[in-house]
Design a protein around this ligand. Structure first.
Ligand SMILES: NC(=O)c1ccc[n+]([C@@H]2O[C@H](COP(=O)([O-])OP(=O)(O)OC[C@H]3O[C@@H](n4cnc5c(N)ncnc54)[C@H](O)[C@@H]3O)[C@@H](O)[C@H]2O)c1
Ligand SMILES: [Zn+2]
Length: 360
């Protein structure tokens, strides 16, 4: 077993990399626990995992992006308030980023915070969201606008869960991992290596290899969070690709999953950089051709998702927007990222038209 400690001002927590499902025995030893799992994950692992938990310790909920809301949180509160365990309750959640966001919000607010163990079951959650410290809820058509900072006390990462993921959900995780690879040191020098790595990652046939990439992604994310866990400065750069990505998730009514939206958002941001003369056009074409474009093929992209007015409206609602112009994380020479806040609507429109040509 392999372990990593993540330091946080709220509390330090451990990430354990485990092989197979025997870690569940450790969970069964916890006093006063309750397990919360989404329907899909429950169905896949009913016999291997969830049949080991007594029925009265198991809450199965229906989760999707439309249900990542206070409403779902309140339903869970209701169930948990009825239990005899109170502040001494440990919540164990199994699921992807949506489960993490919802159950993490519950854990952080119920009795002003209860103990929480999280088992990510998607690639995106393992490589990215699990260690993010954040919990986020959608409200009406606003994405991730409610939330708290609250890490689990323990995370178990088990790549065996990845075998049952749908291709589109796996590719969404690959999308966030590509983002991290572009945020590492010297991404252009390492571009050929990254292209090969991502090709192998997509095959999902070598558990050890996948775990190593997950570890690498976590290390890169950690390096951006250090010293800025509350998202006031450098951590903002992790938002690379997310401005347009979040908007696309919304205009497609979440048909474009998070990590695919991020990839399209990165293509968009890089195009702005090319236009501003900050990155080389040839290098950008190579990144698009071999790294980014192959990753969006799993989703059918409809032209209505790219409607200028609809996207603009969603971006304007983004919680990270602080002025009249739009913010965007962009690569400069050597692919060093910076956050700009001066993207005007004309530049946005012009780049959107280019983007549509590039992804066609
Ligand atoms: N809090 C954070 O720091 C943070 C960071 C990044 C993303 N997010 C959020 O995470 C969400 C995306 O997370 P995600 O990609 O994990 O999506 P998800 O949680 O929706 O899971 C994707 C799909 O896979 C299913 N699933 C989960 N595990 C499975 C398994 N092992 N086998 C088969 N099916 C399985 C789910 O039921 C769902 O249908 C977004 O809402 C995003 O905003 C949060
Ligand atoms: Zn993300």
């Amino acid at each position: 077993m392999d372990k990593l400690i993540i330091r946080s001002r709220i509390r330090d927590f451990s990430v354990e990399f485990v092989d197979g499902f025997s870690f569940v025995d450790e969970l069964l030893d916890i006093k006063n626990y309750i397990v919360i799992v989404g329907q899909t994950t429950y169905k896949h692992y009913k016999n291997i995992i969830f049949s080991h938990f007594p029925k009265d310790r198991l809450i199965i909920i229906k989760l999707n992006e439309q249900r990542k809301t206070l409403n779902t949180v309140m339903k869970i509160y209701k169930k948990l308030l009825g239990l005899s365990a109170k502040k001494n309750l440990t919540m164990i959640s199994f699921g992807g980023g949506i489960n993490q966001d919802v159950t993490g919000f519950v854990a952080s607010t119920l009795y002003r915070g209860i103990n929480w163990v999280y088992v990510p079951t998607t690639l995106l959650a393992m490589a990215d969201s699990a260690i993010g410290l954040k919990t986020s809820l959608n409200h009406e058509s606003y994405k991730n606008v409610l939330g708290t900072f609250y890490p689990p006390s323990k995370i178990f990462i088990c790549a065996d869960f990845l075998k049952t993921l749908k291709k589109i959900d796996y590719m969404s995780g690959v999308g966030e991992i590509i983002k991290f690879m572009l945020m590492r040191k010297d991404p252009i020098k390492n571009l050929d290596g990254t292209i090969k790595k991502i090709e192998k990652l997509k095959l999902n046939n070598d558990k050890k290899f996948v775990i190593n990439i997950i570890k690498e992604s976590i290390e890169i994310k950690k390096s951006y969070m250090e010293g800025d866990e509350f998202d006031l400065g450098r951590r903002n750069l992790l938002n690379y690709g997310h401005e347009l990505g979040h908007a696309l998730e919304a205009t497609s009514n979440f048909k474009v999953p998070h990590g695919i939206g991020v990839i399209i958002g990165i293509i968009f941001a890089n195009l702005v950089s090319v236009q501003r003369g900050w990155i080389d056009e040839k290098i950008n074409e190579k990144i698009n051709k071999f790294l980014l474009l192959p990753n969006i093929k799993t989703v059918k992209l409809k032209s209505e998702y790219f409607d200028f007015k609809a996207l603009l409206e969603k971006i304007k609602k983004d919680k990270k927007r602080i002025s009249d112009k739009l913010p965007l994380v962009l690569p400069r020479s050597d692919f060093e990222l910076i956050k700009i806040t001066d993207l005007d609507f004309n530049e946005f429109k012009k780049t959107l038209q280019k983007l549509i040509q590039v992804i066609k």
